[in-house]
Ligand binder design. Sequence first.
Ligand code: ADP
Ligand code: ZN
Length: 210
Amino acid sequence: MNLILLGAPGAGKGTQAEIICAHLHIPAISTGNMLREAISNGTETGLKAKSFMDSGKLVPDEVVIEILKDRISKDDCKNGFILDGFPRTVPQAEALDTMGVRIDKVIDIEVADEKIMQRLSGRRVCEKCGASYHVDYKPSAKEDACDKCDGRTVQRKDDHPDTIRERLRVYHEQTEPLKGYYEKTGKLVIVEGQEEVKDTTALTLKALEA
Ligand code: ADP
Ligand code: ZN
């Protein structure tokens, strides 16, 4: 099964992707994580991506299409995959079509912009293991330290309020048109993001069966 998770930044795509991954035993592929890894490894791709990401802009299509193409050609994708954060533009969706990738379902997680502002501005992530916290909704036991690995929890550069606003603007302008793109193919299923992760998960799993 080849799945796409659509939705604004902070809609909870990553969390749902991990849950579906455990459920269906297919890899969750996050272009955002791959790009952050490239940056911390100082690769050429990382160098190209950094300034776009830090300012809340999208990384150019040809850069992300290339890394995505490489990733889905790996052995572990033979039985399918979950795309989290790709495609984010119509040309990226067209690139999947050109590659001959058949998409079974597109799950769009809808969350209002104000909610996203609250979620992302309070988000903290562990530098070491990537675990995610929220200063109000899901604080770690020790301030600034990860419950799982005791690594330092930090605010992502792009989670500063001005950058979040820019990410949302870019989302509405460039990514939201994908809803129409996939609605036409009959693959789109809309899930209303809930306050509690488990409630969103229940809807996502139902969407998978639909
Ligand atoms: P979020 O969904 O919370 O915005 P991601 O981790 O998915 O976060 O992405 C972080 C950043 O990485 C994006 O703001 C963008 O700059 C870049 N990025 C990730 N995926 C793509 C993509 N498919 N196309 C262009 N840029 C991307
Ligand atoms: Zn950690």
